[in-house]
Design a protein around this ligand. Structure first.
Ligand SMILES: Cc1cc2nc3c(=O)[nH]c(=O)nc-3n(C[C@H](O)[C@H](O)[C@H](O)COP(=O)(O)OP(=O)(O)OC[C@H]3O[C@@H](n4cnc5c(N)ncnc54)[C@H](O)[C@@H]3O)c2cc1C
Length: 346
């Protein structure tokens, strides 16, 4: 089940089997000038079936949405062995109930996906990248909000918190300023003028909100890759802090990102744990990474207590326990609690 069945540029769609690796589809689309936007960080290893089953997303979510925005049709084997076909290959269809959406994010609980038709996008050929640091979470948070209502939609707006910056400095020679928050923004488009116009607006917002450093990618100094180095090295560095780590996946309303980051920082102090946090500022999706020694029952107990407090806070803030990774077994009991607070009949 790992074949790309066909790519149809005229109709902007690709038909695939579920075992195709995300990056393979992206590679196959590239010669046509097309791409498949959800872009999960696990793209080089995860399958398209897994992407649909968990409604995967990534750093381009704020501009391009997540997997659910690209699934046109599904072939699904139901628990009793019957085969269900859902959706339409048309870009628009409101004919009947949207069963396709029911299966997207269902994590294998109601059927096995055996064929998928995805909508695909032309790839904007030009990007521009900038990085900014802020002494306070509040300034960084205000910059995030202002960017997202400025009318410019960045193709990526990522953050790295202070604990992550410290961990990166301890494990690399990047020598980053250990400020409360660092933001990395990317704009994309069809001309240099268009992407630079968007980036100029973003950098003005950075400066207006007291950024202590603002750097625009300079090809003579490593270009965009140099500015992305901190964000992209974060998971690798965190994996070296301790024996075990849990990558959490919360999402909160965008304006609440600073409050949530402050809460996580206080929680780490309260439970004497390391919880560096990175994430997608452009859609309020945070990845606190709880690192601990799983052979130490005391640490495991503290991780459990801290996680419970974290999830309670997320629900209280109107957030969600998972923005893109899915519920799985670990969050199943909490999911029921969360649903009881977000879905009801009155
Ligand atoms: C380092 C790392 C980074 C990650 N970054 C991201 C990220 O940026 N964004 C993101 O969204 N996720 C991320 N993830 C989580 C994960 O990679 C994604 O959720 C991915 O979409 C899962 O695909 P998979 O092939 O790994 O699925 P699996 O782990 O094999 O399965 C995931 C779920 O989907 C179900 N499933 C799989 N295939 C089918 C099918 N054909 N029919 C029905 N159900 C099926 C399984 O039963 C299971 O419940 C990351 C994970 C890691 C380890």
């Amino acid at each position: 089940m790992d074949k790309i069945i066909h790519i149809n540029i005229e109709d902007r769609l690709a038909v695939v089997q579920p075992g195709v690796i995300y990056a393979e589809l992206d590679r196959a689309l590239s010669p046509h000038g097309f791409f498949f936007p959800p872009d999960p960080a696990s793209g080089s290893v995860c399958t398209l079936g897994g992407n649909v089953a968990t409604n995967a997303g990534g750093i381009k979510g704020a501009k391009y949405g997540t997997t659910k925005d690209y699934v046109l049709t599904l072939e699904v084997v139901l628990p009793d062995g019957r085969i269900l076909h859902t959706g339409s290959k048309c870009m628009k269809s409101v004919s009947g109930y949207d069963l396709t959406r029911l299966f997207v994010g269902s994590e294998g609980t109601i059927g096995v996906i055996t064929k998928i038709t995805f909508k695909i996008n032309p790839k904007p050929p030009v990007t521009s990248t900038a990085m900014a640091t802020f002494e306070t979470l509040e300034d960084g948070g205000q910059a995030i909000s202002e960017i997202m209502y400025s009318g410019i939609i960045p193709s990526a707006l990522e953050f790295v918190d202070q604990q992550s910056l410290k961990a990166i400095n301890e494990n690399t020679d990047l020598g980053l300023p250990e400020v409360e928050i660092m933001l990395v923004a990317e704009t994309d488009g069809y001309t240099k003028e268009e992407t630079e116009f968007q980036m100029k607006t973003i950098m003005e917002i950075f400066r207006k909100n007291n950024a202590t450093t603002v750097k625009h990618a300079d090809e003579s100094k490593g270009g965009a890759a140099a500015l992305w180095a901190a964000r992209k090295s974060a998971y690798g560095v965190m994996a070296r802090i301790n024996n075990n780590l849990i990558v959490e996946d919360l999402a909160v309303p965008m304006s609440k990102v600073p409050e949530m980051l402050r809460f996580i920082s206080d929680l780490a102090k309260k439970y004497d744990l390391k919880i560096p946090t990175v994430g997608h500022a452009g859609d309020g999706n945070l990845h606190p990474v709880v690192s601990f020694d799983g052979t130490d029952p005391d640490q495991v107990g503290r991780v459990e207590d801290a996680s419970e407090e974290l999830f309670e806070k997320v629900i209280e803030m109107g957030g969600t326990l998972t923005g893109e990774h899915g519920i799985g077994l670990a969050k199943m009991p909490l999911c029921i609690l969360s649903m009881m607070r977000s879905v009801w009949i009155s």
